[in-house]
Design a protein. Structure first.
Lengths: 449, 302
C-alpha cells in the first residue's frame, strides 16, 4: 500500500514537473538574448543569428559563404553561427524574440510597420549614427536610404542604410522575341505595341508579384505617377480613385487579356517563372536576383528548348527601375547587445559593406552600388553575365526609381486583396474603375483605427 | 410539497473520500494546462478585443470600435453567409456521407476493413496539402477535371477557383468527402449496439430499412451529434483550404471569419482580429449548445 502511494506521488509529481517544464525557457540565455547565444570562450566572441538566407533559400547561395568568409577573416576573434528560419515565418520569429526580449545581436530585416511602430519607438535597435559617420560607411550608402533612416528615426540611424540598388525590370527570351529598340527608352504604349501577341508570364495568385510590377510600370509612366508612388513610401496609399491608377489598371487589364501566358490565371510566382523558362512566355518581370536562374548551372529548371543564354534584360520604359530607395537597410543591431557583441556586429556590417564584398554581392544577385568605384575585375565579370550587363547598362543617372505598388499599400491589401481580384480583372468581371474602388475600400478598411 | 429528487446524492464511502486527494492531484496538471494555455488566452482575447493593439505596444481601450469595424467590413457579411452555407453543407452532405459510409461498412461487405483503411488515408494528409492538390485538380490549364471535360467539349474553360459561383464549391470540395472521423465515430457506436436489439427487432418483423431507421440510427444519435459538432466547429476555424486556394476571392465570394482575422493580424490590428476571434468563439458556443440540445447529447441510451 505504501509503495503504491509513493508510486502515485512520484507519478503526480512528474506530471506537474512536466507541466512546469512546458513553461521553462531553459534559462541559459544571455542578455542579448535568444537564439542569439552571445558569449565568449578563449577570447572568441561567438553569436548565433537567425536568418532565412540559409539552406535551400535562394539568398543562401551568396550569404552563407559570406558569413564563412567573415568567420575566416576574424578567426580567433569573432564567430557567427547561422540559425535557419524559414523565410515565410521569419518576420513572426523576430517579433516573438522581441516580445521575449531575446532579439539576436544582429537582426536581419523585419517588416516596415514593425520597425516603424515597434522597434524604433521601443528602443529595440542600437543607435548607429555616430559609428556610421566615424567609420565612413555613409559615403558608400544610398543617400535616399540614409535620409529615410533619419526621417523615421528622428535624426538618428537605426538600420545600416542600403549600399546597393537593385532596380527591377523585365527579362525577355530573344529566341521568341528579339526587338532591336532600346526598350527602357520607349513608352509603355510603345512597348505593348512592340510586344504584339507575345506572351508574358504573369502571376496572379499569392500577391500577384509579376502583375504588380507591370502595374507599377504603367503608373510610373504617367505624368505624376512617379511622385504618387514615391509619396506612398512615406504614407501608404489608400485612395485609388486617381485617374493615374484607373488608367494603369486599364492597361494592365489589356495586357492580362491579350498577352498573358496560358497558365497566368491562378499562377503563383513559381508558375510564372516556369512558364518563362519553358518557352510558354517571352517576357517575365522580376528583380536582378533572377539572373542566376539563367546560368547554365540551373539548366535543370529549363524545358522546351529554353536556353538561359538567350535571355536579355531591360528596365521598364521611361527608364523606370522598380526599387524603393527610401527604405531601411537589411541589418540592424539589437540595443540589448553587450559591448563586445556590438563590436562583433559592427565588424560584420563593415565587412559586408566593403567594396569587395559589395562587388561579390552584385555579381551574385545583380544591382548597382552607386557610391563605390568598381574594380576592372568586377566590370569584366559583370559583362560575362548578359542580363546583369543589360541591367547595368540601363542603370544610369537618368534612371527613375519608384517603389513597387505592393510596398506602398496596406499589408493585407498587398498580400491578398490585390492578387485576389486579378483573375476577375483579367476575365472582365471587374472594370478598372471597379477594381480601383475595391482597392480603395479594402485599403480604407485595413487602415481603420 | 417539495418534489422528490430524481437522483439522491449518495454519500461517498471512506475509501472513496481517501482517494479524493489523488484524484485532485492527478487532475491538477490538466487544470493547470487548461488555465495556462486555454483560459488565460481566451480572457486575453476577449479583453483586448476592446482595445487598439498592435500586438507589441500596450493596448489602448477603444470601446466597441473593433466590433463596429468588424460588422461594417465589406467582407463580413460574405464571411457569415459562407459560414452558414458551409455549415449546412457540412451538416447534411459531409456528415451524411460519413454516416452513410459507416452504415455500409457496418454491413461488413467483402473488403470492408480494406475500404475503412483506404478511407482513412486522406485524413493523414494535411488540409494545406489537400488545398494544393485541389489547386492542380481544378486548374484550367492542366487540371484533371478540365482536361477530362475538354475530351467532350474542347473549348471548355472554367477557372473553378477564380470564378463566381464556382469558387465556393471548389473550396467546398477540398473537405467535403473527407469524412472518416464521422465514419469512425458512427461505426464505433454501431458496433456497440447489443445484438439482442437487432435480433429482437428482426423477430418482430422489422425490415432492413426499419432496423436502420428505428434502431440503429437513434442509437448512433450521440456519435452523429459529436460529428456535427466537429464538422461545424471545423467550418468556423477553416483557414488553410481557403487561404491556399482563393484567399477569400474572387471578390469576397469565399471569405471567412478566419481569413478576416488573419488579415487583421497582417495589418497589426490585433484588437480587431481578437474581436473576430471572440465572435468565432461565441458562434462556436452557440452551435455547441444547439447541437447538444437537438441531439440530446446529455441523455444516455443504455
Amino acid at each position: 500500500m505504501k509503495a503504491k502511494k509513493i508510486l502515485a506521488s512520484v507519478l503526480a509529481g512528474l506530471m506537474l514537473l512536466a507541466t512546469a517544464g512546458c513553461n521553462n525557457n531553459g534559462g541559459g540565455s544571455t542578455a542579448s538574448g535568444s537564439t542569439a547565444s552571445g558569449g565568449s570562450s578563449k577570447g572568441v566572441i561567438e553569436v548565433s543569428i537567425p536568418s532565412y538566407k540559409t539552406g535551400e533559400n535562394v539568398g543562401a547561395v551568396f550569404f552563407e559563404p559570406q558569413v564563412e568568409r567573415f568567420n575566416e577573416k576574424y578567426e580567433g576573434q569573432y564567430k557567427i553561427n547561422l540559425e535557419t528560419v524559414p523565410q515565410d515565418g521569419f518576420g513572426d520569429r523576430l517579433k516573438q524574440l522581441a516580445q521575449q526580449n531575446k532579439l539576436p545581436v544582429l537582426v536581419q530585416g523585419g517588416d516596415l510597420d514593425w520597425i516603424l511602430n515597434v522597434v524604433i519607438p521601443n528602443g529595440l535597435a542600437w543607435d548607429m549614427t555616430d559609428w556610421l559617420e566615424e567609420s565612413g560607411l555613409l559615403e558608400r550608402a544610398v543617400q535616399d536610404s540614409v535620409d529615410y533612416n533619419k526621417d523615421k528615426g528622428d535624426g538618428k540611424i537605426y538600420t545600416i542604410p542600403k549600399m546597393t540598388v537593385r532596380p527591377t525590370g523585365f527579362y525577355y527570351n530573344t529566341a521568341m522575341w528579339n526587338p532591336e529598340e532600346d526598350l527602357s527608352s520607349l513608352t509603355m504604349d510603345e512597348l505593348v505595341t512592340l510586344l504584339g501577341d507575345q506572351k508574358i508570364a504573369f502571376s496572379t495568385a499569392e500577391n500577384g508579384w509579376v502583375s504588380a510590377l507591370f502595374l507599377t510600370a504603367f503608373i510610373a509612366n504617367q505624368e505624376g505617377g512617379v511622385e504618387l508612388l514615391q509619396a506612398g513610401a512615406d504614407e501608404k496609399i489608400t485612395d485609388f480613385s486617381d485617374p493615374i491608377f484607373v488608367n494603369a489598371v486599364a492597361s494592365l487589364q489589356q495586357l492580362l487579356q491579350n498577352n498573358a501566358a496560358s497558365n497566368s490565371i491562378g499562377a503563383a510566382y513559381a508558375d510564372a517563372a516556369n512558364a518563362f523558362m519553358s518557352g510558354q512566355a517571352a517576357v517575365i518581370a522580376n528583380g536582378p536576383w533572377m539572373s542566376s536562374e539563367f546560368n547554365e548551372s540551373n539548366s535543370a529548371n529549363w524545358s522546351n528548348g529554353f536556353d538561359g543564354a538567350n535571355v536579355k534584360a531591360s528596365l521598364f520604359p521611361g527608364n523606370v527601375g522598380i526599387e524603393n530607395n527610401r527604405a531601411f537597410g537589411e541589418w540592424w543591431i539589437s540595443a540589448s547587445a553587450s559591448e563586445e557583441e556590438i563590436e562583433l556586429a559592427k565588424a560584420f556590417l563593415e565587412f559586408i559593406s566593403n567594396p569587395e564584398e559589395l562587388e561579390a554581392y552584385l555579381l551574385a544577385e545583380g544591382g548597382d552600388a552607386p557610391n563605390i568605384e568598381y574594380s576592372e575585375d568586377f566590370k569584366e565579370k559583370q559583362a560575362e553575365t548578359q542580363v546583369l550587363a543589360d541591367l547595368a547598362a540601363d542603370t544610369t543617372e537618368e534612371t527613375v526609381y519608384v517603389p513597387c505598388i505592393l510596398d506602398v499599400i496596406p499589408n493585407s491589401v498587398a498580400n491578398t486583396e490585390f492578387g485576389k481580384l486579378l483573375p476577375s480583372l483579367a476575365n472582365g468581371t471587374y472594370t478598372p474603375e471597379e477594381f480601383c474602388d475595391w482597392m480603395t475600400q479594402k485599403s480604407v478598411e485595413a487602415s481603420a483605427e | 410539497m417539495k418534489a422528490p429528487k430524481s437522483s439522491p446524492r449518495v454519500k461517498a464511502s471512506k475509501m472513496e473520500r481517501a482517494n479524493y486527494k489523488w484524484i485532485y492531484l492527478f487532475l491538477l496538471p490538466t487544470v493547470l494546462i487548461f488555465l495556462m494555455f486555454y483560459f488565460v488566452p481566451i480572457i486575453q482575447v476577449f479583453l483586448t478585443s476592446f482595445t487598439k493593439w498592435d500586438g507589441f505596444n500596450a493596448p489602448e481601450f477603444n470601446g466597441l470600435t473593433n466590433y463596429i469595424n468588424m460588422f461594417t467590413n465589406s467582407g463580413f457579411t460574405y464571411a457569415l453567409k459562407n459560414l452558414f452555407y458551409w455549415c449546412l453543407v457540412g451538416m447534411f452532405l459531409h456528415v451524411g456521407f460519413g454516416v452513410l459510409t459507416a452504415f455500409v461498412l457496418y454491413q461488413k461487405p467483402r473488403g470492408w476493413k480494406f475500404t475503412r483503411m483506404v478511407f482513412m488515408i486522406p485524413n493523414v494528409i494535411s488540409a494545406a496539402a489537400w488545398a494544393m492538390i485541389y489547386r492542380f485538380f481544378f486548374s484550367d490549364d492542366m487540371g484533371i477535371l478540365n482536361s477530362f471535360i475538354r475530351l467532350i467539349d474542347p473549348n471548355f474553360h472554367v477557372q473553378w477557383f477564380y470564378t463566381s459561383p464556382w469558387a465556393f464549391w471548389a473550396v467546398t470540395f477540398t473537405w467535403l468527402f473527407y469524412a472518416v472521423i464521422v465514419t469512425l465515430l458512427v461505426l464505433g457506436d454501431l458496433m456497440n449496439i447489443p445484438q439482442e436489439l437487432n435480433e429482437a427487432a428482426k423477430i418482430d418483423g422489422a425490415s432492413g430499412w426499419q432496423l436502420v431507421r428505428h434502431i440503429q440510427l437513434p442509437l448512433c444519435r450521440s456519435a452523429i451529434g459529436t460529428s456535427v459538432i466537429c464538422t461545424l466547429t471545423s467550418r468556423i476555424s477553416m483557414y488553410e483550404q481557403i487561404s491556399l486556394t482563393t484567399q477569400g476571392g474572387p471578390g469576397d465570394d469565399t471569405m471567412s471569419l478566419s481569413i478576416l482575422l488573419v488579415k487583421g493580424i497582417t495589418d497589426y490590428r490585433y484588437g480587431y482580429a481578437n474581436a473576430i476571434g471572440v465572435l468565432m468563439f461565441v458562434i462556436g458556443l452557440i452551435i455547441l449548445g444547439i447541437v447538444n440540445k437537438a441531439f440530446r447529447m446529455d441523455v444516455s441510451d443504455y
